[in-house]
Design a protein around this ligand. Structure first.
Ligand SMILES: [Zn+2]
Ligand SMILES: [Zn+2]
Length: 167
C-alpha cells in the first residue's frame, strides 16, 4: 500500500460498523430534513419528499412561489409577526407548504405521484391533507406533530397509511 493510500485511510476510516446502515424510512426522512434547510420561511422549516418504489419523485420545502419575494427576503413573516397560532390563517404567510410544493413540482415536470409515499418533517396541515388525498398519495411518514384536528380527522377517514417516524 502506498503512503498516500495509507494517509487517505486514516482520513476516512471504515466506520460502517459504528454507523449502521439507515432503513429506507430513515434514509428518505434524512433527505426531507436536508430539503427543509432550503426553506425561506422565518417561522418553521419544513421539508417533503415524494417517493415511489424507493425512487425519489419530487421534493419541496415551504417557501414563496417562484419569482415572488419570500419571508426571508422581506425579513418578516406576517404569521409570525401577528403571532398567529399553529394551523391557523395559512394565507398570511407568503410561502406555500413543503407538501404543496412537492405536489406542484410533480405537476410542473409531469411526474405521476399517485400511489406515492410522502416523507415530511411535519404532519400535514388541513390544506395539504386535502391535496395529498386527491393526489392519490397512499402513505405518509412524518416526524413532528402539527396541531390540526381536522387534518387528523380527514387523514383517518382517507385510509392513507400514517406512520410517525421514530428516530
Ligand atoms: Zn412565512
Ligand atoms: Zn400544509
Amino acid at each position: 500500500m502506498t503512503e498516500e493510500l495509507k494517509a487517505t485511510q486514516t482520513l476516512f476510516p471504515n466506520d460502517a460498523a459504528a454507523q449502521p446502515r439507515p432503513s429506507w424510512d430513515e434514509y428518505f426522512m434524512g433527505l426531507a430534513e436536508t430539503v427543509a434547510k432550503r426553506s425561506t420561511c422565518l417561522r418553521r422549516q419544513v421539508g417533503a419528499v415524494l417517493v415511489n418504489d424507493k425512487h425519489i419523485l419530487t421534493t419541496g420545502y415551504n417557501g414563496a412561489p417562484r419569482g415572488i419575494q419570500n419571508c426571508l427576503e422581506l425579513g418578516v413573516c406576517l404569521r409570525q409577526e401577528m403571532k398567529v397560532p399553529s394551523s391557523e390563517r395559512h394565507e398570511l404567510c407568503r410561502g406555500s407548504h413543503a407538501e404543496q410544493n412537492a405536489i406542484t413540482q410533480a405537476a410542473y415536470h409531469g411526474v405521476r405521484i399517485s400511489g406515492a409515499t410522502l416523507y415530511c418533517t411535519h404532519m400535514p396541515c388541513i390544506i395539504c391533507t386535502k391535496m395529498i388525498i386527491n393526489a392519490g398519495i397512499k402513505r405518509i411518514v412524518f416526524k413532528n406533530f402539527y396541531p390540526d384536528d381536522l387534518a387528523v380527522q380527514m387523514l383517518n377517514e382517507s385510509k392513507i397509511e400514517l406512520v410517525v417516524f421514530k428516530g
